[in-house]
Design a protein around this ligand. Structure first.
Ligand code: NAD
Length: 257
């Protein structure tokens, strides 16, 4: 981690009251949730995918409709981590919001860890595993219902319809209101923190194009197609970097959550 870049990032964060964070699966790997594109991620050779299909297909609307049993088997075993707890990245962002410095988290993640850390304004571009609904009568269900009902495909206890997660599958559109709120927050941000995303999944990744400022700090373990447009690129682990660049704001309270 370059000391100069860390110092610059600290100064930018300390002097701003209008920070927005854009996070991806890399923000949650330190909570032991695999991402898609790291070596040990779901797309990797070691990914626990006993099906012959690529994850994009397993998580597509077509696959869900055609093979709901296999979809739920894959989904329950690869996308849901009920024991995961927020890491220092989630906690630091929550503390920045509490301090009145961070206006919103825009996340591609579906794991609910930003809210678990205490973040209040979170735009979940791809939905959440914690919201589930009957496709027939729209009744809402908990994650536990989907996981523990004991049926290969969870069924509504009111009408017998399929209960599906409120997550955006490949081929499905993003929620218009969530997208509009996310774009508005990014457009108005003075500082944009981009954390743990390969920035190759669209339209989500395209949202950072709406940023108008000159204080974009990109934190990622590996290179991304947007490194050129960032003002500061810090290659490192999200939790460790967030700890370094938020001294005084977060350090004394990180252990308390
Ligand atoms: P991705 O897997 O494509 O990319 C993750 C990026 O984060 C990689 O560039 C990787 O090098 C980096 N990274 C991994 N661990 C890191 C760490 N500790 N610190 C810093 N960087 C780290 O993920 P994406 O860009 O978010 O896009 C993939 C899609 O995956 C999203 O649409 C999301 O919905 C879905 N997804 C979500 C979760 C989750 O909710 N936690 C998990 C897996 C996939």
């Amino acid at each position: 981690m370059s000391i100069d870049k860390v110092k610059q990032a600290v100064e930018i964060i300390q002097s701003s009251g209008n920070i927005v964070a854009f996070t991806g699966a890399g923000a949650s790997t330190e909570s032991n949730i695999p991402d898609f594109r790291s070596a040990g991620g779901l797309y990797g050779v070691g990914g626990r995918n006993r099906y012959k299909y690529p994850p994009e297909y397993m998580l597509s609307y077509t696959f869900f409709i055609d093979n709901p049993r296999d979809f739920f088997d894959y989904y329950r075993n690869n996308l849901v981590y009920r024991d995961a707890r927020p890491n220092d990245c989630h906690k630091a962002l929550s503390r920045l919001e509490e301090a009145g410095k961070l206006k919103a988290v825009v996340t591609q993640n579906i794991d609910g860890l930003h809210q678990a850390a205490g973040s209040k304004t979170v735009y979940e571009l791809h939905g959440s595993i914690y919201r589930n609904y009957c496709m027939k009568c729209r009744k809402s269900f908990s994650l536990d219902y989907v996981m523990d009902q004991g049926k290969p495909v969870p069924l509504c206890d009111a009408c017998g319809g399929i209960v599906r997660p409120d997550v955006v599958l490949y081929e499905e559109a993003l929620d218009e209101n969530v997208l509009a709120s996310a774009i508005s927050a990014v457009r108005k941000a003075e500082v944009l923190l981009v954390i743990g995303s390969s920035l190759v999944v669209y339209p989500a990744a395209g949202i950072i194009n709406y940023y108008r400022g000159n204080k974009m700090i990109l934190i990622n373990k590996t290179a991304t197609p947007y490194d050129w447009s960032a003002d500061i690129v810090i290659n490192g682990s999200a939790g460790a970097v967030m700890r370094e660049i938020t001294p005084g704001i977060c350090d004394e309270i990180l252990d308390e959550i």
